[in-house]
Design a binder for this molecule. Structure first.
Ligand code: NAD
Length: 504
């Protein structure tokens, strides 16, 4: 039995210290595997956000003045501390998000790719130099930090997304304020301790906990220069609109509805195995999770659905403490109820049930927020379950007659995060990669998430603004260019006035 004394009150991390919230307002943090409250996270007031911004402003001049090599040394130490403390971090991710241990390990490893890229800041910040562009003038460009930037992260990657959207920002000389998801705040607070231990000066890294009120203050405050957001599409769109209106540089990554096209020549056993992990891993709570499988031709569809039904029946759902489980719970009871609602309405709209996960058998008995794997066949465009991002293990089969039909279907959808094709036909793959309107495309790769040194981001309503997560675009996003034209005149060589527009 959980008593109130087992529930920890969390704080914020401001100016190098953990401080308790002053608002008296809290949000419950659950262990989704057991359904119990494990902590209360404070919801910051406008004033607390302002205090955090003031601390960051005070830290900025010294941080930007520190050599980029010294900054990289601190980030390298931070990386070492993450790997030294990886077991504690895994445990934290699993406890607050419900992920399996292997999945949490994978998330940290992918997050470290962003830290690795940030350690390369001395190389990535090198500017451009042109000698004698005209009139003995040399021109060079610099990449300077923006100042105070804010990052807002979702619940489904408690470590990877915060690392991905903050590491480069810190490395290039900004001070960063992270507002993590109120459902998974523990991991972000733990990262704060590691930054401190790594020697990051106070005020350079801040965690402010809260909900939309805290976010709103970050979006409107004049000292915040840029917003890097990752979350659902409706919130991403609203963040983009408000922050842009307040003159900030914004990148806002939204949700996904990711398809796997299966050509008749593909090896269907292999396809089914690839689909299972990419569709149901992390209880389908990934922006790059496959939500729909699109077999081309009735024969392909009939065979594939049969193979999938057999394999899905063998999947195991339960808490991360059971090493045998394939995936854990969804994040909240509300999320579970919403997913069941989607399944029920899809059946009313004409979908058919291949596998029903609404009342799953759980490997260990508990009150966690579990759903089993559901597969719905004969799903069609226009049905709610096809059009909306369903953030849980209810997946679809949409049958099409041709590759052209599959491409047209995917291109007509408002989201364009990830997509993949499974085929042995190079011409089909080439047609697909050329004509598809989606940001991240796979060929025989089930989850085409770019590695940390390539840009990550969707198209259409999966991304608002012009920045990317991961990759070299992070350097561009978190810096501003300054271009200097420089001329030194030898003594006695006077400059005469010229009233013509300068040219080379
Ligand atoms: P969410 O949009 O509900 O919340 C994301 C963040 O925004 C949280 O920090 C939350 O506190 C804050 N927030 C929520 N409502 C807000 C509002 N009205 N105003 C201001 N801030 C608000 O997303 P989530 O449920 O935490 O995460 C899941 C979603 O994130 C899914 O849609 C998933 O596809 C998406 N996601 C996208 C990517 C990507 O790279 N494109 C990566 C991970 C997750």
């Amino acid at each position: 039995m959980v008593t109130n004394t087992d529930i920890q009150d969390l704080g914020h991390f401001i100016n190098g210290q953990t401080v308790l919230g002053k608002s008296g307002q809290f949000s419950d943090v659950y262990n989704p595997s057991t359904g119990t409250v494990i902590a209360r996270v404070p919801l910051a007031t406008k004033q607390e956000v302002q205090e955090a911004i003031a601390a960051a402003q005070a830290a900025f001049p010294a941080w930007r003045a520190l050599s980029v090599g010294k900054r990289a040394e601190i980030i390298l130490r931070f990386r070492q501390l993450i790997t030294e403390n990886i077991d504690e971090l895994i445990d934290m991710i699993c406890t607050e998000s419900g992920k399996t241990i292997e999945d949490a390990k994978g998330e940290i490893t992918r997050g470290l790719e962003s830290v690795d890229l940030a350690i390369n800041a001395p190389h990535l910040l090198k500017g451009e130099y042109s000698v004698n562009v005209g009139g003995h003038i040399n021109a060079y460009s610099l990449k300077e930090p923006l100042g105070i930037v804010a990052a807002i992260s979702p619940f489904n990657f408690p470590v990877m997304v915060p690392l991905a959207i903050t590491s480069m920002a810190v490395a290039v000389g900004n001070c960063v304020i992270l507002k993590p998801s109120e459902r998974v705040p523990c991991s972000a607070l733990f990262l704060s301790e590691l930054w401190k231990e790594a020697g990051l000066p106070d005020g350079v890294w801040t965690v402010i906990n809260g909900d939309k009120d805290a976010v709103n203050e970050l979006l409107c405050h004049p000292a915040i220069e840029a917003i890097s957001f990752v979350g659902s599409t409706p919130v991403a769109e609203a963040i983009y609109a408000t922050a842009s209106k307040h003159g900030k540089r914004v990148t806002a990554l939204g949700g996904g509805k990711n398809n796997m096209v299966v050509m008749p020549d593909a090896d269907l056993e292999h396809v089914a195995n690839a689909f299972l992990g990419a569709a149901y891993g992390a209880a389908s709570q990934r922006c790059m999770a496959l939500s729909t499988i699109i077999p081309v031709g009735e024969d392909t569809a009939n065979k594939l659905v049969g193979i999938l039904a057999d394999k899905i029946a063998k999947l195991k759902v339960g808490p991360y403490t059971d090493a045998e489980v394939d995936f854990g719970p969804v994040i909240t009871q509300q999320s579970k109820d919403a997913i069941i609602g989607y399944i029920n309405r899809s059946l009313e709209e004409g979908a058919t049930l291949v596998c029903d996960g609404r009342n799953p058998e759980i490997s260990k008995q508990s009150n966690g927020f579990y759903l089993g794997p559901t597969l719905l066949d004969h799903v069609k465009p226009g049905m709610e379950i096809y059009e909306q991002e369903v953030f849980g293990p209810a997946r679809n089969v949409v049958r099409v007659a041709s590759l052209e039909e599959a491409i047209a279907l995917i291109n007509a959808h408002e989201l364009g995060n990830g997509v993949t094709i499974f085929t042995n036909n190079g011409a089909a793959a080439r047609k697909f990669t050329t004509e598809i309107e989606v940001g991240m495309v796979g060929v025989n790769v089930p989850i085409p998430i770019p590695v940390g040194y390539h840009n990550f981001g969707g198209w259409k309503r999966s991304r608002f603004g012009e920045g990317h997560m991961f990759g070299p675009d992070q350097v561009r996003f978190f810096t501003k260019a300054k271009t200097i034209s420089e001329k030194w005149i030898e003594q006695g060589n006077d400059v005469t006035s010229s009233f013509a527009f300068p040219s080379n």
